[in-house]
Ligand binder design. Sequence first.
Ligand SMILES: [Cu+2]
Length: 522
Amino acid sequence: MANNQPTVNPADPETIPKFIDPLPIPPVAKPVFHDSYYEIEMREARHQFHSYFPLTTVWGYDGMVPGPTFDVAKDQLVKVKWINNLPLKHFLPVDHTLHGAIDSPEVRTVVHLHGANVDWESDGHPEAWFTKDYARTGAFFRRMVYEYTNHQQGTTLWYHDHAIGLTRLNVYAGLAGFYLIRDSLERRLKLPSGDYEIPLMIQDKSFKEDGSLFYPDQPPFPVSVNPSVVPGFLGNTIVVNGKVWPHLRVEPRKYRFRIVNASNRRGYTLSLSNQEAFTQIGTDGGLMASPVQLNSIRLEPAERADLIIDFSTMQGQTITLQNDDPSPHLSVVLQFRVDLPLRGEDRSQIPAQLYPAMELHEHTAHTVRDLTLSATTDEFGRPMLLLGERMWHDPATEKPAYDSVEIWNLVNLTGGPHPIHVHLVQFRILERRPFNIERFQKKGIIEYTGPAQPPKDYERGWKDTVRAEAGMVTKIIMHFKEHTGNYVWHCHFLEHEDHDMMRPLRVITDTHPVQDKHATHT
Ligand SMILES: [Cu+2]
């Protein structure tokens, strides 16, 4: 490192110079044979989060943070052997009181491809975990080689760890990567591509003075458990594609950014510092029917956005991708420098029609479920959040029939928003509507107190994760098709997910599906 480098304390964001490192682009994963069989090894590595930091111990797919990017075609069968070559001891504080972590190996992994339409045995069920050399496996472990059929619209997925009771630590340690599916409809659109298509994985992290990753072993209130899960981890630096506050040099032209919020707990409201608008073309599940002009976009953990920023009128400018946060550090994410010469005419387009509109209609629903998000305390007196008033280990209650359409009313009683993720399906957000919490808690009846609100402009497409707003009923609709078996649904605040805000989702074959449809509340 240079002698004239400023005195940097990785633990103190005040001392960390911003926009020093260029934004890295994760390399594309390479099959080991037949263009379709991959082997990806989870291993401990040393990672440079910032040029002025010492190296940091991480756990990465192929030792990288983020992991290598899968770039596959729709309907192309892809097989991946996920290999756990991690140490036997965790380097982050494991809470052995959490579900699934009480009497099981300290280091367990299982890979979930988030947003995938996939057979349950390859979905990365939290109890399908395995240890090094598959020496020990969880109750739902079925296969070493996962199969992804990629039978779905082209989109930006991401893969990450999902081991029961450890997800927050394994993802924070670095186990996350991109998985892009491309289809021929999209190829015809002439969107910005190649060097002009850039994935952005946004995470918040905190570091110790020696550059190692910091994750708290205690909540900010006294508990009898040590180490103990915390209600939510919020870091004091922003990391994009594995670098703390990087910069990206761009040409004065259009760029496509595939953004995933891969943070444990932090949500972001992103905008450009020069107040210019940008265009959204896709949501979690793929391209939207038509593009949307936005000045800002909110992304909770696990949500994705496919955006086009047109730098053609910004030549010579330096622009920050900013986050709506009072902290001077957490309000900046990434710096764009529009200082590269235009290498050629920008022939990319943003067509007015992107993808055939496919809707799910309310009248086609077989089943409507009211599912609560509620707060309670666990046996140690710690706050704990639940779905449907049940814990993870309680018997499955959400058992949609194969080829059925369901409406879920996410009834949020908790006082804060939670990003709810349903495995296997892409859904539509129908509405959000305020209701009387007290009356619901006393009588179990939804009494609406205001008009229904349509989804936000940036949510009008396929979603697999939705912000269930506090004091609101968030109504989603989805079609369970193609697969049956053992999936899950959960809050994507990883500290909540690891502490019982997760439930089984069992898609069942039933020639006489139970018709528990009831009148929708009006
Ligand atoms: Cu939550």
